[in-house]
Write a protein that binds this ligand. Structure first.
Ligand SMILES: Cc1ncc(COP(=O)(O)O)c(C=O)c1O
Length: 361
């Protein structure tokens, strides 16, 4: 493997060499018996990892593609977006860009969408047919209270629940079916620890029934086309085969680790990073009690030069540190501890940052 800068950014994440190697397997025909066997073999592991008995569709594209799929196939007229950061805001804009109406229940960046009464009041107006939220807002490191939100949405029969689990899936338990989630979407380059280029989508029976009533769902991202092809153990178009080979390898690795152990590893690394930040005079950008297990957004309350720190880490230690996202760039920096990262590697990074801080005096 050529030497490279190790990624500590919240996606894409560092990929294990064994998984990378799986990408190099020669291609197979995507209408072949061999592909169908591969597709079939992935389903039990994907269902296990994503807390569902529903099919898991393999979508060639990044997570944003599945935002579009969800909106085009499942929003009849108007979607209520719970926003609290860059990605949830962009999903709301994507809904508008796809010709659907979008309302927002917005809270400031760093806060969780936890006002359940406000959510209930909005839904009681009867003008929304879907609710969209980002479980782990990667721009701010906030974890939304998914079970509580789902509990409210499920009281409204005609309202579908669309959930972006891009930086949360497999970092903690998401009982997709039990919570009544209608669309769960994941990009594999984050918590799944794969190279980018593939996204996963779970859809409920309700979501498919809704899609059947909605015209102009497109073709490339039509939920029902994915389902039709799923029944043939295929994808609608030529899929990203290297990522699918890697996914097969990664699911086997996840099964060897065990989901409980994977969640515990993420929880421990998140706790370690938060403790470290506070002990070193920084703050935490996420409001207390709502911190994501897959990444920590550190508030730069010491006023360090984040650009300089990142440049030093890149040159001296060949690692890539995130410098904060969007409007909070520099006021924050993020440490990702998702995917296959081990506590020892995280500790190494924190040690280097300590060295740099000590030199600054
Ligand atoms: C929570 C969340 N949703 C969606 C996206 C968009 O993902 P992609 O760039 O894979 O389309 C990201 C990217 O960082 C994200 O963090």
């Amino acid at each position: 493997m050529p030497s490279h800068k190790r990624l500590f950014i919240p996606g894409p994440v560092e990929v294990d060499p064994e998984v990378l190697q799986a990408c190099a397997r020669p291609a197979i025909g995507h209408r072949s018996t061999e592909f169908r066997a591969l597709y079939r073999s992935l389903q039990p592991g994907l269902r296990w990892a994503l807390g569902t008995e529903q099919p898991v569709y393999l979508i060639t594209g990044s997570a944003t593609a599945v935002w579009e799929l969800a909106v085009r196939s499942c929003v009849r007229r108007r979607c209520l977006h719970l926003t609290n950061g860059a990605f949830s805001e962009r999903w709301a804009q994507t809904t508008l860009d796809n010709g659907k109406e979008a309302g927002t229940l917005a809270v400031p960046w760093g806060r969780a969408n936890r006002d359940l009464e406000a959510l209930r009041r909005e839904l009681e107006r009867g003008v929304y047919d879907a609710v969209a939220l980002v479980h782990s807002e990667t721009s701010t490191g906030v974890l939304n209270p998914l079970a509580e939100i789902a509990g409210v949405v499920r009281q409204f029969d005609d309202v579908l629940l669309l959930v972006d689990a891009v930086s949360s899936a497999t970092t903690l338990e998401i009982p997709t079916d039990a919570l009544g989630i209608d669309i769960l979407l994941v990009g594999v380059q984050k918590a799944f620890g794969l190279p980018p280029g593939l996204a996963l989508c779970v859809a409920s029976d309700r979501a498919r029934a809704r899609a059947a009533t909605i015209p102009h769902r497109g073709y490339y991202l039509d939920l029902l086309e994915f389902h039709r092809r799923h029944e043939q153990e295929q994808t609608p178009t030529t899929p990203a085969l290297p990522q699918i080979f890697a996914l097969q390898r990664q699911l086997a690795r996840m099964q060897a680790e065990g989901l409980q152990a994977r969640w515990a590893r993420h929880r421990a690394m998140a706790e370690r990073t938060r403790r470290w930040a506070l002990e070193h005079g920084f703050g935490l950008f996420a409001e207390p009690g709502y911190e994501a297990p897959g990444l920590t957004c550190i508030a730069n309350t010491r006023g360090i030069d984040v650009e300089k720190l990142a440049a030093w880490l890149a040159t001296e230690h060949q690692v890539v540190l995130d410098k904060g996202y969007g409007k909070i760039k520099g006021q924050t920096f993020r440490i990702a501890h998702m995917g296959d990262l081990e506590p020892a590697a995280l500790q190494e990074l924190l040690g280097w940052i300590e060295q740099w801080l000590a030199r600054q005096g």
